[in-house]
Design a binder for this molecule. Structure first.
Ligand code: GCB
Length: 597
């Protein structure tokens, strides 16, 4: 866990943020000789590569695309000769990285989807050029998040064997910044919101590196100050609050200052939304009003850039989601770049924010094996203590990073693990307990269950505040001409859940069919567009039968890249949009249904 410095970078009268995005030097290190040969001081022979981007699809050869092991980045940067503490902030380094400044190790970080932040004040030379090197690594094993393995080909080449269904993109995939902050600075803040009739209370807590006084104020859209308070802990009282509503967002500006008398020491500005989240019976309530979730499971995935941050792509994805009348998405299967959440805050989208706990089942084809009732043990192996340590760390970092976003209404703590053993219950009890302790807004906690987590067998559903089911009746189960059977089986499962009398909302966090945008056929066949449409309609029949079903997030928003194999045609084609973000026929069905839902 970092020293509470996960605040999104801002430049203001007291803070400077310099982007280090651009072309960096890059070099593979298949024999892990970099440290011995002092690459931290200079890579010597390197190629130029863009940051942010995954490295895999930038090259034209198989070796680079499937490279698995250590790889290095480097960049020269100049630090302005002005007072202040200097930090480096990587949006992420996937899946792990060690940062060196002027040849010296500064920090190491495990996990590829959350920020890496380090104080480099004592490592840099102000007013001069400095050398930054990152040794990264993209190997997977059973104690990393996500889980997987490395397989060695007969010729000695090592490649990733993910236990999950997305390509193992890696690199410096998000923006990198140099931050210059005052010596005594704001490190973090959190809020907890309650409503009282038309008024709201925003209880806040600010962490700083000193003892000078803290002042907090809140401004409306027009820039009028609507509340203020002082102290590291306090309450902002907002009369006649404008609420952040689903697909109708209102954002206030929160300004935090540290002052010494009249002189300003540090300032940080952010945008927050006033809204509450609750689960009551089988309803999800935002500001006390029930909401039905409509939308998608997504991926950060696009041609050439892989999982690299790309603003136009974010914009286009939101436009496409809005066009289908969606109101929600799940950051399957890892926390996305922070820019996604900032956009969702603005657009009034709800987010189920997911930790990269995916692949916790010993199978490289979860999607095929999972539903067959086979026991895919996982939580009784010797790797578990290390896995749990990583899982808890990433839950902590995710909540720390995302806790103030109004869009984030829930945290998902796993995707489709083995959940039928007592081992899994023990394991996840710890993860849920820690998450609940950490979230200042006490959001509902959940996780996404695959079909093997059946009502009679699942040992983890009771940990969740609402249930998220990934179900493929009509695709992996009884597809094509058997779809009538699929629907009967689906009803049967829902009846069995109903009999448990859980009285919590159920949300389908996955359902969908692989569909090639080139295929059309009447009567429909699997993989044709007509089948995707029929499958949707048939699944909706089931959803609309049960009042405890409170949401439908289609798998997937867009086609995306996966590991190659006989189940995948140049990637997973369950997108409602193509990888180029153009609609398949099913998009029109969703648009129509969600207009009135
Ligand atoms: C799942 C997984 C998701 C896969 C999907 C599929 O259950 O959660 O990662 O991509 O199925 O398409 O098989």
């Amino acid at each position: 866990m970092y020293d509470q410095l996960s605040l999104y970078p801002e430049t203001n009268q007291k803070r400077i943020t310099l982007s280090l995005d651009g072309m960096w030097g890059f070099r593979f290190d298949p024999d892990s000789v970099g440290e011995k040969e002092n690459w931290m001081s200079g890579l010597r022979s390197s190629v130029s590569l863009p940051v942010p981007a995954s490295f895999q699809d930038l090259f034209t050869d198989q070796y680079s695309k499937n490279y698995c092991g250590d790889f290095w980045y480097e960049k020269e940067f100049t630090v302005p000769d002005i007072p202040g503490r200097i930090f480096l902030r990587f949006g992420s380094i996937t899946h792990r990285g060690t940062v060196y400044v002027n040849g010296k190790e500064v920090t190491s970080h495990e996990g590829g989807f959350l920020p890496v932040i380090c104080d480099v004040t004592d490592f840099v030379r102000k007013g001069e050029e400095n050398h930054l090197a990152v040794k990264a690594n993209n190997e997977l094993n059973e104690s990393t998040l996500p889980c997987g393995a490395v397989k060695t080909l007969m010729n000695g080449t090592r490649i990733a064997a993910p236990y999950f269904d997305f390509f193992n993109y890696a690199g410096i995939q998000r923006s990198v910044w140099l931050l210059i902050l005052p010596e005594e600075h704001i490190k973090d803040y959190s809020t907890d919101i309650s409503l009282n009739g038309e008024d709201a209370c925003v209880a806040y807590e600010v962490k700083t590196g000193g003892e000078h006084e803290v002042f907090v104020s809140l401004f409306d859209k027009e820039g009028n100050k609507v509340a203020e308070a002082s102290g590291k802990k306090g309450t902002l009282k907002v009369e006649k609050a404008n609420l952040w509503k689903v697909r109708n967002a209102y954002l206030y500006k929160i300004r935090i200052q540290i002052k010494d008398g009249d002189s300003l020491i540090d300032e940080y500005n952010d945008r927050i939304g006033i809204r509450t989240v609750a689960i009551k019976g089988h309803e999800i309530l935002i500001n006390g009003e029930p909401v039905y979730l409509k939308g998608y499971g997504k991926h950060e995935d696009f041609d050439i850039i892989g999982r690299g941050l790309n603003y136009p792509l974010i914009k286009r994805d939101f436009e496409c989601m809005k066009w289908t009348n969606a109101n929600c998405f799940r950051t399957s299967h890892y926390p996305y770049a922070e820019e996604w959440y900032r956009f969702a805050d603005e657009e009034g989208f709800l987010i189920i924010d997911e930790v990269p706990a995916v692949g916790m089942m010993r199978s490289t084809h979860n999607f095929a094996v999972a539903g067959m009732g086979q026991y895919t043990y996982f939580f009784e192996t010797p790797t578990v203590p290390e896995l749990l340590k990583n899982h808890l760390a990433q839950v902590e970092e995710m909540i720390e990073r995302d806790k103030n976003h109004p869009s984030v209404f829930s945290f998902s703590l796993f995707n489709e693990p083995e959940t039928t053993s007592t081992y899994s219950h023990d394991y996840f009890s710890k993860v849920f307990a820690r998450a609940r302790e950490l979230d200042p807004q006490h959001r509902p906690m959940t996780g996404a269950f695959e079909k093997n987590s059946a009502p009679e067998k699942c040992q983890c559903y009771m940990l969740c505040d609402f249930m998220c089911l990934n179900r493929y009746y009509g695709w992996y189960i009884s597809g094509g001409p058997d779809i009538d059977d699929a629907i009967l089986k689906f009803h049967d499962e829902m009846r069995r859940w109903k009999e448990k009398g859980l009285d919590v909302p159920f949300v389908f966090t996955e359902f969908g069919t692989d569909t090639l945008s080139t295929e059309h056929k009447l009567p429909s066949v699997m993989w044709a567009q007509e089948y995707q449409c029929e499958y949707m309609e048939r699944n909706f029949e089931v959803f609309d039968t049960y009042d405890f079903i409170q949401g439908e997030l289609v798998w997937n928003f867009a086609d995306f890249q996966t590991t190659e194999g006989i189940f995948r045609v140049n990637g997973n084609k369950k997108g409602v949009f193509t990888r180029e973000r153009q609609p398949k026929d099913a998009a029109f069905i969703l648009k129509k249904r969600w207009e009135n839902k």
